[in-house]
Design a protein around this ligand. Structure first.
Ligand SMILES: C[S@@+](CC[C@H](N)C(=O)[O-])C[C@H]1O[C@@H](n2cnc3c(N)ncnc32)[C@H](O)[C@@H]1O
Length: 289
C-alpha cells in the first residue's frame, strides 16, 4: 500500500520538478524520515516547490552520495560532483602506490575540502597496508569547514577508525598546515576553484545563484590561462610540501591541462601526466615529486 501511495505522490511531485527521477529521490528521502502518507506527500511537495524555484536538489535533500559516503551538503559547500569521485579514485591509487614503498606513517592532505568528500573518502577507503595514516582536510572557508566537521562526525558514528585519521585545518592552501609537515607529505589532492569570471557569468542559475562563489571562481593564471591561479598555487606549493616520490592529484578543466603540466614540470615534478573523468574529459593533473 505504501508503495502505491508513494507512486502517486511521485507522479504529483514530478509535475513540480519536471523530472520523475528527482521526484522519486525526493519521495524516497522524505519517506525514509517517517510519517504517514499525508505527511510524506505534504513534505515531498514542499521540497519539490524549492526545486521548482531553482534550488539545487542536493541542497533541498540536505545530503548527497559521494562514493561510499552520504554527505551533508548545504550552500556553505560545493555540491560534490561525479568527476570528483574519479579524482578520489586516482588519489586512492596514488596513495596505494606510495604506501607500497617502505616507510613509517603516511600523510595526505585534501586542500579545499568543502564537504570533506575527498578527505573522508581517503580516510574511509585508503589502502595503507597497516601503516598509520593521517589525512588533513583544509579550507579557507570556516563555513565550509563547519560542514566538513558535521560529515566527519557522521563518519565517526559509522567508521570510528576512519574518522580518527582526519584532522581539520583552516587557512589558505598550504598555510593551513603545521610547518612541521613541509617536505613530509605523501599525497596532496585538491579540487581548487578553476572557473574563470567569464565562465561563471554564464553558468546555469542553479549553480551561480546557490553554490559558494569562492568554491568555483579563480583568477587568471600567471601564464594567462583563465581560472588557473589557484591551480598554479596548489602545484607550486605541492612541490615544496611533498616528499620525494609523493603524489599530487589536482582536478582541473580540460582547457587548463597543458598549462598545469607545464607548471608541474617547472616546479620540478619528476613524473607528470593527466587523467580523464568517466565522461572521457581531461580532468586531472597527476604528478610524482
Ligand atoms: C571546487 S570546491 C571543492 C570542494 C570539495 N573538495 C569537492 O571536491 O567537492 C573548492 C574548495 O576550495 C576552497 N578554497 C577556495 N580558495 C581556497 C584557498 N585559498 N585555500 C584553501 N581552500 C580554498 C573553497 O572554500 C571550496 O571549499
Amino acid at each position: 500500500m505504501a508503495d502505491v501511495v508513494n507512486a502517486s505522490t511521485v507522479a504529483e511531485v514530478a509535475v513540480r520538478t519536471g523530472s520523475e527521477r528527482e521526484a522519486a529521490w525526493i519521495v524516497e528521502h522524505v519517506a525514509a524520515t517517517g510519517g504517514d502518507s499525508t505527511t510524506v506527500r505534504a513534505r515531498a511537495l514542499a521540497l519539490a516547490g524549492r526545486v521548482a524555484a531553482g534550488e539545487p536538489l542536493q541542497y533541498v535533500l540536505g545530503t548527497w552520495a559521494f562514493r561510499t559516503l552520504e554527505l551533508v551538503v548545504d550552500r556553505r559547500v560545493l555540491i560534490p560532483r561525479p568527476e570528483t569521485e574519479q579524482v578520489a579514485e586516482v588519489a586512492l591509487t596514488e596513495l596505494d602506490r606510495v604506501a607500497a614503498a617502505p616507510g613509517e606513517g603516511l600523510l595526505a592532505v585534501d586542500l579545499g575540502t568543502g564537504s570533506g568528500a575527498v578527505a573522508l573518502s581517503l580516510a574511509a577507503e585508503g589502502r595503507t597496508r597497516d601503516r598509520p595514516f593521517v589525512v588533513w582536510a583544509t579550507d579557507v572557508s570556516s563555513d565550509a569547514l563547519a560542514v566538513t566537521r558535521v560529515n566527519l562526525d557522521r563518519l565517526a558514528a559509522t567508521d570510528a577508525p576512519a574518522a580518527s585519521r582526519v584532522r581539520l585545518a583552516h587557512g589558505s592552501w598550504f598555510t593551513a598546515l603545521p610547518a612541521t609537515e613541509a617536505g613530509r607529505l605523501d599525497l596532496v589532492v585538491a579540487n581548487p576553484p578553476y572557473v574563470s569570471e567569464e565562465e561563471f557569468a554564464v553558468l546555469p542559475a542553479v549553480v551561480r545563484e546557490h553554490e559558494p562563489r569562492g568554491a568555483l571562481v579563480s583568477a587568471r593564471g600567471a601564464g594567462g590561462v583563465p581560472g588557473a591561479a589557484d591551480l598554479e598555487a596548489v602545484i607550486a606549493g605541492a612541490a615544496r610540501w611533498l616528499r620525494r616520490g609523493g603524489a599530487l592529484v589536482v582536478e582541473l578543466a580540460p582547457a587548463q591541462a597543458y598549462a598545469a603540466i607545464d607548471a608541474a614540470r617547472r616546479a620540478g615534478f619528476a613524473r607528470v601526466g593527466t587523467a580523464h573523468d568517466l565522461a572521457g574529459r581531461l580532468r586531472m593533473l597527476v604528478a610524482e615529486r
